[in-house]
Write a protein that binds this ligand. Structure first.
Ligand code: T46
Length: 137
């Protein structure tokens, strides 16, 4: 599985750092929604689902966390700890976020508005979904 972790350009000077993200430039889609996760309690695993269409870029803008990506054939764990690094997560990828540091703030840029019907929350259904995609290719 190809993991796309991107290092964003820093616009730093003696005052500090700034990162700018624009749709179709640093972010490969139109940004329709932004949300963030923080104050995550010890031992919590978030996510545990896939999306049919949604694409996202995950940025741990403070603290650290781990992301498990699973395309139905292969799993990878990615450590996010830098506010200038973004992890692209395409559709049809099972994702789990875990090992959040107490100060972690995970920012997510999303290609779609919130839509409950885009979620696949059952792992066996996810495997069937990836198989159906592979068959239609
Ligand atoms: C994803 C991972 C990385 C909304 O009302 N609007 C929203 O835009 C979102 C994201 C969530 N919600 C509500 C739905 C639930 O009642 O907030 C509650 C918690 O959401 P959820 O359990 O889906 O949170 P995570 O952290 O498990 O998953 C989220 C995203 O939902 C998901 O798309 O890929 O972050």
């Amino acid at each position: 599985m190809k993991v796309i972790k991107q290092v964003f350009q820093l616009h730093g000077d003696e005052r500090g750092q700034l990162v700018a993200l624009e749709e179709f430039k640093e972010i490969p889609f139109r940004i329709k929604r932004v949300y963030y996760v923080y104050n995550t309690q010890k031992g919590v695993i978030r996510g545990c689902h896939a999306h049919k269409f949604l694409q996202q870029v995950l940025i741990c803008i403070h603290g650290s966390c781990k992301i498990r990506l699973d395309n139905g054939q292969e799993k990878r764990v990615i450590f996010l700890e830098k506010p200038y690094e973004g992890l692209y997560v395409s559709n049809a990828i099972w994702r789990e976020m875990f090992d959040f540091s107490p100060d972690a703030v995970l920012l997510v840029l999303a290609s779609e508005l919130y839509d409950e019907s885009d979620y696949i929350k059952n792992y066996d259904e996810f495997l069937d979904y990836t198989k159906s995609l592979n068959l239609s290719e």
